[in-house]
Structure formats: structure tokens, C-alpha cells
Design a protein around this ligand. Structure first.
Ligand code: SAH
Ligand code: DHB
Ligand code: MG
Length: 224
């Protein structure tokens, strides 16, 4: 099995389960045209985020790492009309593309995009003492995942779901020789989750059009 085979299975499942979606296709085309890196979640992964948000009945979602807003569209579509997605992005150019994509998707009223380093945006957000987030998607710079997780744990409520992208990295996460700061960040976050009795977590390895990677899912305060 290789990436070509994984991709053709992704395309078949997309055709069966997702169907054409001009808004999302336009978001990806605009992101490509603006030369954003092609690292958004895959369509099936986006639908997974959407299903998870529906399952937790999310009314407030936090996303760390917006890029062109592709995953943000999937997440925000799961919100009720008075729901809110707060999404954090470092790069003004990425944020500008995301704003246009979210507006075209008719979601501008539900989405608040904060531009700046997520570390600072999370500190400012916490200072506002916001209502807790029901779902948090951590998908920005990987070395900072432990910091984002620590800050996220102050912004959730019992029953909230935390999703972390890119936890497998072509299997490099288990390479003892790896000095990749992204790998070290993922490993540290997994240890934090392992050692935190308030979290019950699992992770899924994924193959598909984005290669070999994985998603970690953690529920906050499970009453074990
Ligand atoms: N969630 C998006 C993909 C995000 S890619 C999707 O699936 O559609 C990661 C994004 O994190 C990039 O846009 C990058 O600019 C942003 N990023 C990197 N470092 C960051 C930081 N310190 N603070 C906020 N965003 C950051
Ligand atoms: C990268 C970042 C991501 O969020 C992703 O899903 C894939 C790749 C990266 O920085 O290379
Ligand atoms: Mg990612």
C-alpha cells in the first residue's frame, strides 16, 4: 500500500460520503492561488471535525491555526446560528485569505479570526474570561502544542473535546533519534495527556491524500 492507493480510496469515499462542495472547493482554490501551503486537513478529516462538533453539540469552538480557513469552514458549519468559532492565525496573509473564504461560505458572522501568535492570542482570550469552549482544534506550529494544550485546559468545561492534528508525522513520532522540534512537541503533549487524570484520550493513525499522520482526541474530565 502506498500514498497513491490511499489517495484513490480517499477520493472514492469523498465521492460517496461528501459529494461536490463548491464552497470548500473555492476555499482550496483561493488558498492555492494565494500560495498558501497545501496542508489543510483532508476533506474526510474535515468532515470528521464537523461530525465531532455535532456530537459534542458544540456552540463554541476554538481553533489554533487557521491557514486559509478550510477546517474552520467544516467546524463553523456545525455551529448553531448563534454559535461562535474563534480561530487563531499568525500570518496576516493566511488570515486575509481565510476571511475571504469564510465570508464566501456565509460564515463570517459566526467566526472571529484573531491574528497574531497563538500564545499571545490565547493569553488575551483567557484574560477576557470567555464562556468555555466545547471543542478545541489544535493545528498550528507543532513545537508549541504542549503550550497550547496547557492554555486550552483553562478554556474548556467538563465534556469538552480537544483534537490535536499531526501527531504521527510519517511515524517519526516514535523515532528515538528524532530531534525534530515538531516531534518533540507532539511527544511532550502525549506525555502531558497521559499524566493528566482529567483527560481520557485516544489517537488514530490516518492514511490518505495527506500521507501518513494522525489525530489525537481527548475528552476533558471524564469522571474516572
Ligand atoms: N487548520 C488548518 C491548517 C492549519 S496549518 C486547516 O486544516 O485548514 C497551520 C497554520 O498555523 C498556518 O497557517 C500557520 O501560519 C499557523 N501558525 C504557525 N505558527 C503559529 C503561531 N505561533 N500562532 C498562530 N498560528 C500559527
Ligand atoms: C504541516 C502542518 C499541518 O497542520 C499539517 O496538517 C500538515 C503539515 C506542516 O507544518 O508541515
Ligand atoms: Mg494539521
Amino acid at each position: 500500500m502506498d500514498r497513491e492507493a490511499w489517495t484513490s480510496v480517499d477520493r472514492w469515499l469523498e465521492a460517496q460520503l461528501l459529494g461536490p462542495d463548491p464552497v470548500l472547493e473555492a476555499a482550496l482554490a483561493a488558498s492555492d492561488a494565494a500560495r498558501l501551503p497545501p496542508i489543510a486537513v483532508s476533506p474526510l478529516q474535515g468532515r470528521l471535525l464537523h461530525v465531532l462538533a455535532l456530537l459534542v453539540g458544540a456552540r463554541r469552538i476554538l481553533e489554533i491555526g487557521t491557514l486559509g480557513g478550510y477546517s474552520a469552514i467544516w467546524l463553523a458549519r456545525a455551529l448553531p446560528a448563534d454559535g461562535r468559532l474563534v480561530t487563531l492565525e499568525l500570518e496576516p496573509h493566511h488570515a486575509a485569505i481565510a476571511r475571504a473564504n469564510l465570508a464566501r461560505a456565509g460564515l463570517a458572522d459566526r467566526v472571529e479570526l484573531r491574528v497574531g501568535a497563538a500564545r499571545d492570542s490565547l493569553a488575551a482570550l483567557a484574560a477576557d474570561r470567555p464562556a468555555p469552549f466545547d471543542l478545541v482544534f489544535i493545528d498550528a506550529d507543532k513545537p508549541s502544542i504542549p503550550d497550547y494544550l496547557t492554555r486550552t485546559l483553562r478554556l474548556v468545561r467538563p465534556g469538552s473535546l480537544i483534537v490535536i492534528d499531526n501527531v504521527v508525522r510519517d511515524g517519526e513520532v516514535t523515532d528515538p533519534a528524532s530531534r525534530d522540534p515538531a516531534v518533540l512537541g507532539v511527544r511532550r503533549a502525549v506525555e502531558m495527556i497521559r499524566d493528566d487524570p482529567r483527560l481520557v484520550a485516544t489517537a488514530l493513525q490516518t492514511v490518505g491524500s495527506k500521507g501518513w499522520d494522525g489525530l489525537l482526541l481527548a475528552r476533558f474530565v471524564d469522571g474516572r
